[in-house]
Design a protein around this ligand. Structure first.
Ligand code: SF4
Length: 289
């Protein structure tokens, strides 16, 4: 049996940057304490990534994930914004409540915030292609200064009421499926003559999706590793399942049984953006054992 791990599996640039920021803050806090400085709690705004192991490791080091609902309960401290970003109001609320905001929003997401803010200030109707419930999309729409909507399929587009001479700016959730984005943009362009689409799907996602598709197409068994709440992992799973019927979605090596593995052939492994390298290696080692 051959085990092939996709080169693009695991942490992307933005997630690595956010996780590294938290560990760097922990080190700074230790240094401050060693010098006798007053302790300053460290929080992340929501779990820093969709990975329970990492979140628990951070909790063990004193880093608590919090939300707006916790601000009355916890003492002010430093709060790290995860790579998904947040809406403008949340930033303002945290600062006005005495929290120091450390912004680890992925620069690609911050760029979308800037795009939609400027588009709405120029009078454009903003359409975000993505999951309306996803934290990144909620963050993006929170920077729009005018009318907007979120669509994720043709049905949503059919229900839209945008006048055909409206100026429209279309952006995407960074982790949206590349082909679906192009298809939906074509549909949206039929509605308004003045649509412009900004492809804000991140390269990390595109490369991970293309590599996963290519690997799944020639694999006998495909394993997709990631958190059950991770939308980019769910999309990877969909893509792989289309190419390889024996595709398994696992969170850790514990979810995989050797009975799921073939006796020969190719086992492909890919992983979502929030999956640490040690979890990928553990799965790879089980396949080889
Ligand atoms: Fe940034 Fe792309 Fe990673 Fe999202 S997937 S955090 S946009 S690098």
């Amino acid at each position: 049996m051959t085990v092939e791990i996709a080169k693009t599996a695991g942490f992307c640039f933005g997630v690595k940057r956010a996780v590294d920021t938290v560990y760097a803050e922990i080190e700074k806090e230790k240094a401050r304490a060693a010098e006798g400085g007053a302790p300053c709690p460290i929080y992340t705004f929501g779990p820093i990534i969709h990975n329970d192991e990492v979140v628990e490791d951070l909790r063990g080091k004193g880093v608590e994930p919090i939300g707006l609902e916790d601000l009355d309960r916890v003492p002010p401290g430093r709060v790290i914004i995860r790579s998904h970003g947040v809406d403008r109001r949340t930033m303002e609320e945290l600062r006005s409540r005495g929290f120091e905001v450390i912004d680890a929003t992925c620069p690609f997401v911050s760029k979308i915030h800037q795009t939609v803010r400027e588009a709405s200030e120029n009078g454009e109707f903003v359409i975000v292609i993505g999951d309306p419930e996803h934290a990144e999309v909620l963050g993006i729409t929170g920077w729009v200064n005018g009318p907007y909507t979120v669509v994720q399929n043709e049905d949503d587009i059919r229900k839209l009421s945008v006048s055909e001479d409206a100026k429209v700016c279309i952006v995407s959730q960074t982790t949206f499926n590349f082909e679906k984005f192009h298809f939906l943009v074509e549909q949206l362009k039929k509605i308004s003559y003045y649509s412009r689409a900004v492809n804000t799907i991140c390269n990390a996602t595109q490369s991970r999706q293309s590599e996963a598709r290519e690997l799944a197409a020639r694999a006998d068994v495909m394993i997709v590793i990631g958190g059950k709440h991770s939308s980019n992992t769910q999309k990877l799973y969909e893509i792989c399942k289309n190419e390889c019927s024996r595709t398994y979605f696992v969170q850790t090596v514990k979810d995989l049984s050797t009975e799921d593995l073939p006796f020969g052939g190719v086992v492909g492994i890919t992983a979502g953006a929030s999956t640490p390298i040690n979890i990928i290696e553990e799965v790879g080692n089980l396949c080889l054992s």
